[in-house]
Design a protein around this ligand. Structure first.
Ligand code: AMP
Ligand code: GLY
Length: 430
C-alpha cells in the first residue's frame, strides 16, 4: 500500500514508525513531517492546513490510505475531502470531529444521551454567563469554576478560576473575541471535577468501538505539576489508576453511548476517540473528547502495541472493527518531552541538538522527533516540544531510568524537560 500520514509532531513520528514496520506498507509519505520522520518516511513539504494541496498530492501519488494525525485538518474537513476524492482515510468527518472542535457540542451530546460529565451551561452573552457564574458560585461553594472557549484553542482555552470574579473575567475575555478569536465566541461554564485524570483511547468504525490501552500525561510545564498548561510534557502507559473494571465501565458508560449517539445524530464517528477522563469518587466522568491520538500519549501506545497498527486503522475506516483484536506488551512505556527553553510561551528556535545517536543506544529507548529540522548533518530545534525520549521496560521505575539515562546523553543546552514524569504511577506503588 501507498500511505500518507498528515502532521509533523511526535505523534506522527510514532504513527509513521509503526506504519513503516507493517508488511502492508510499501511506500510511506508524511506531510510535512520532521527530521526524525524523514528516517522512516518520505517527507513532502505540504502544510497540514493546506487541504486542497494534500488532496491533490494523494490523488497524484495514487495514495491508498491517508492517516490524519492532528485535530486541525480533521475539524476543517480533510477526511471529507479525501473521501469525496475516493481515497480511504483514517480519521473522522468534520461533523464527527465536532466532538473535539466544539466543547459545547460534546456537553450537549452528553446531556442528551446521559453520558457522565460535569454540570455546565453554554453562553454567547456575557451578562447571562455572569448570572450563571454568580448563581453557581453559591451551589459549587469553594470549588473552582471552569470556563472554556468552545472551539480549538491549542490547549489554552480552559481557565480554572478560583473565584467568581476570575471566572466572570475569563468569560468576558473569551466572549470579547480578543483572546481566542472565533473559538471563544461561545463559552462553556462548567463544574470543577476533582480526582485523578486519565487518557482513554478507543478505535471506532462508526458502529463498534475497540478499546486500546489507557495512559496518563503531565500537562503542566514544571516539576510537581506546576506552571502553565502545555500540550503534554510526558506520558506513560499502562496507567495504574485504570483498573480493568474501570476500563469496562468507561466503555459501557462513556465510549459506547457516544458511538451510538453520534450515529443517531447522523455523524457516525470513525477514527480514534480519545476521552480525557476524571476519575471522581462518583465514577469516571468525561472532561473532554479529542478526535485523534494524544500527543505524547500516542508515542507510548505505539511502543506497547505488539500487533500491526495498519490493519487496525484500515478496519476503523472500513467499518470492520467488530471482530478485531489487538495485542499489547505488558511492559511500561514512558516518554519524556524535551522542549525548547521558553516553551510554552515563546520557545527559542534554531538551536542545535547533539548526541541523539548515543542516546538511542540506551536499552529499550526510541527517540521520536516532535519539532526538528535537518540542516546538512545538523539537527535543529524548530518547535516548542522538540523530542520525545521514549523507553520500555518491565517496570515503570526502569522505564523512567532508561528514558532519563538517554536524555543525559543528549547535548542540547537550549532544551529542558521535567524530571518527574510518572510520579503518580510511582506513588501508586508506594
Ligand atoms: P481540556 O483542554 O478540556 O483538556 O482541559 C485542560 C485541562 O483542564 C484538563 O486536562 C484538566 O486538567 C483541566 N480541566 C478541564 N475541565 C475540567 C473540569 N471540569 N474540572 C477539573 N479540571 C478540568
Ligand atoms: N496530551 C494531550 C493531548 O494530546 O491533547
Amino acid at each position: 500500500m501507498r500511505i500518507l500520514v498528515v502532521g509533523s509532531g511526535g505523534r506522527e513520528h510514532a504513527l509513521c514508525w509503526a506504519i513503516a514496520a507493517s508488511p502492508l506498507c510499501d511506500t510511506l509519505y508524511c506531510a510535512p513531517g520532521n527530521a526524525g520522520i524523514a528516517e522512516v518516511a518520505e517527507c513532502v513539504p505540504i502544510g497540514q492546513e493546506d487541504l486542497p494541496a494534500l488532496v491533490a498530492f494523494a490523488q497524484r501519488e495514487r495514495i491508498d490510505f491517508v492517516v490524519i494525525g492532528p485535530e486541525g485538518p480533521l475539524v476543517a474537513g480533510l477526511a471529507d475531502l479525501l473521501a469525496q476524492a475516493g481515497i480511504k482515510v483514517f480519521g473522522p468527518s468534520a461533523a464527527a470531529a465536532r466532538l473535539e472542535g466544539s466543547k459545547g457540542f460534546t456537553k450537549d451530546l452528553c446531556r442528551k444521551y446521559g453520558i457522565p460529565t460535569g454540570a455546565y451551561e453554554r453562553f454567547t452573552d456575557v451578562e447571562a454567563a455572569t448570572d450563571y457564574i454568580r448563581r453557581q458560585g453559591n451551589v459549587w461553594k469553594d470549588q473552582p469554576i471552569v470556563v472554556k472557549a468552545d472551539g480549538l484553542a491549542a490547549g489554552k482555552g480552559v481557565i480554572i478560576a478560583t473565584s467568581e470574579a476570575e471566572a466572570i473575567a475569563a468569560a468576558r475575555d473569551m466572549l470579547s473575541g480578543n483572546r481566542f478569536g472565533a473559538a471563544g465566541s461561545s463559552v462553556v461554564v462548567e463544574e470543577f471535577l476533582a480526582g485523578e485524570e486519565a487518557s482513554f483511547f478507543a478505535l471506532v468504525d462508526g458502529t463498534h468501538a475497540l478499546p486500546l490501552v489507557a495512559a496518563q500525561d503531565h500537562k503542566r510545564v514544571g516539576d510537581g505539576d506546576t506552571g502553565p498548561n502545555t500540550g503534554g510534557m510526558g506520558a506513560y502507559s499502562p496507567a495504574p489508576c485504570m483498573t480493568s473494571e474501570l476500563d469496562q465501565r468507561v466503555m459501557e458508560d462513556i465510549i459506547r453511548p457516544t458511538v451510538r449517539a453520534m450515529a443517531a445524530e447522523g455523524a457516525p464517528f470513525r477514527g480514534v476517540l480519545f476521552a480525557g477522563l476524571m476519575l471522581t469518587p462518583a465514577g469516571p466522568k468525561l472532561i473532554e473528547y479529542n478526535c485523534r491520538f494524544g500527543d505524547p500519549e500516542c508515542q507510548v501506545l505505539m511502543m506497547r502495541l505488539k500487533s500491526d497498527l495498519l490493519p487496525a486503522l484500515i478496519a476503523s475506516a472500513d467499518g470492520a472493527l467488530a471482530h478485531f483484536d489487538l495485542r499489547w506488551h505488558a511492559e511500561t512505556a514512558l516518554t519524556v518531552v524535551m522542549a525548547a527553553k521558553g516553551y510554552p510561551d515563546a520557545p527559542q528556535k534554531g538551536s542545535e541538538i547533539r548526541g541523539l545517536a548515543a542516546a538511542a543506544e540506551v536499552e529499550g529507548v526510541t527517540i521520536f522527533h516532535a519539532g526538528t529540522t535537518r540542516e546538512g548533518e545538523r539537527i535543529l530545534a524548530s518547535g516548542g516540544r522538540v523530542l520525545n525520549v521514549t523507553a520500555m521496560a518491565p517496570t515503570v521505575e526502569e522505564a523512567r531510568r532508561r528514558a532519563y539515562a538517554a536524555i543525559d546523553r543528549i547535548d542540547w543546552p537550549e532544551g529542558f524537560c521535567r524530571r518527574d514524569i510518572a510520579w503518580r504511577a510511582l506513588a501508586a506503588r508506594g
